[in-house]
Design a protein around this ligand. Structure first.
Ligand code: XMP
Length: 318
């Protein structure tokens, strides 16, 4: 029978055998898959694994620094690259969801490639591809799902990076990846993290993106996610986040009428992201969180909750 301990042990031995003294480059995202792949490779080849963690300026509040610190603490040889300005400049004025994804994908490849070239004589590209990614990239050859994940990690290797690919998690499902991660001693906080899309907050800011909008959404998202953790709700939820709507509405603060932004909160339960139901969050929680958001985040005067299931809605709004 399959056990995470045995998988980790065999995989580390196989990786060591396969890679020998070569150098491997791997892009870390803060997510479960890339983290577990990195730790397996690190155990196999140590400092010959060169990890690159790119800040696209569209991550959650404080996420870049916190996750980078955690990776360093885990002993990974990781380079953090803050390319926020490049991404935000390139996105300026663009409101089309698929174009936003393409821009982010393109800049990511540029930044990653620049960094990869700094690692002399690298032979391999490590990837956190898991089994469902493999299936999806095979089936996504033209149907609606072909465009859904245009910034996904499968097949994203530009051919000018002449590296061999090593994908230690290719045969695993998500729950197995989490179990392997736990057996490797990766903190629960990292393994239990909700999925977060590659294009990040860019697809949760409907319409065009500005640094001010990113900051507002980061604050709202932070209050929401911290609230879920504090109330013990986070771990029961597949994925949660906030969406900044391209809508202003009238409100009142003191004697003044306001005309400010509206945010939608989304929390879903799911097993694979393919179908999803909205979570019946406690009313007391929603009352508290809506007050907190409006009181703490300047520029927002209205909070709504998304009660659509997938299908026909999607988890993200773009
Ligand atoms: P949807 O919105 O299609 O999302 O119901 C299903 C899952 O996929 C994530 N998602 C993405 N992940 N790049 C990604 O890496 C993307 O462009 C992207 N779009 C959606 C979404 O967060 C959810 O987990």
């Amino acid at each position: 029978t399959w056990t995470p301990d045995a998988f980790a042990e065999t995989t580390v031995a196989e990786l060591r055998e396969k890679i020998g003294n070569d150098k491997v480059i791997l892009g870390l995202s803060g997510g479960v898959d890339s983290t577990v792949a990195a730790v397996l490779l690190h155990q196999a080849i140590g400092k010959h694994l060169h990890c690159i963690f790119v800040n696209n300026g569209l991550l959650r509040k404080n996420e870049f620094q916190e996750v980078l610190d955690q990776y360093e603490h885990m002993g990974l040889n990781v380079k953090g690259v803050d390319a926020s300005k490049l991404f935000l400049d390139a996105l300026k004025g663009e409101a089309d969801p698929e174009k936003k994804r393409k821009i982010i994908g393109r800049i990511f490849i540029d930044v990653f490639d620049d960094e990869a070239h700094k690692v002399e004589d690298a032979k391999w590209l490590g990837q956190g591809t898991i089994y469902p990614d493999v299936i999806e990239s095979v089936s996504a050859t033209g149907g609606p799902s072909a465009t859904i994940k245009s910034h996904h990690n499968v097949g994203g290797l530009p051919d000018y990076m002449k590296l061999k690919v090593v994908e230690p998690l290719k045969m695993l499902f998500k729950d197995e990846v989490r179990r392997v991660g736990a057996s490797l001693g990766i903190p629960d906080e990292r393994l239990g993290r909700h999925p977060f899309p590659g294009p990040g907050l860019a697809i949760r800011i409907l319409g065009d993106i500005t640094p001010e909008k990113v900051e507002i959404l980061q604050e709202v998202d932070h209050v929401f996610i911290k609230g879920l953790v504090d109330w013990g709700l986070y771990d029961q939820i597949w994925q949660a986040g906030a969406i900044l709507l391209p809508v202003q509405s009238v409100g009142v603060m003191g004697d003044e009428r306001t005309y400010e932004k509206c945010v939608a909160l989304r929390a879903v339960e799911s097993t694979d992201g393919m179908t999803a139901d909205w979570v019946h969050l406690p009313y007391e929680f929603m009352q508290k969180i809506s007050n907190d958001i409006i009181n703490k985040v300047p520029g927002v005067n209205r909070v709504v909750y998304d009660i659509s299931s997938k299908p026909p809605a999607t988890i993200e709004w773009e």
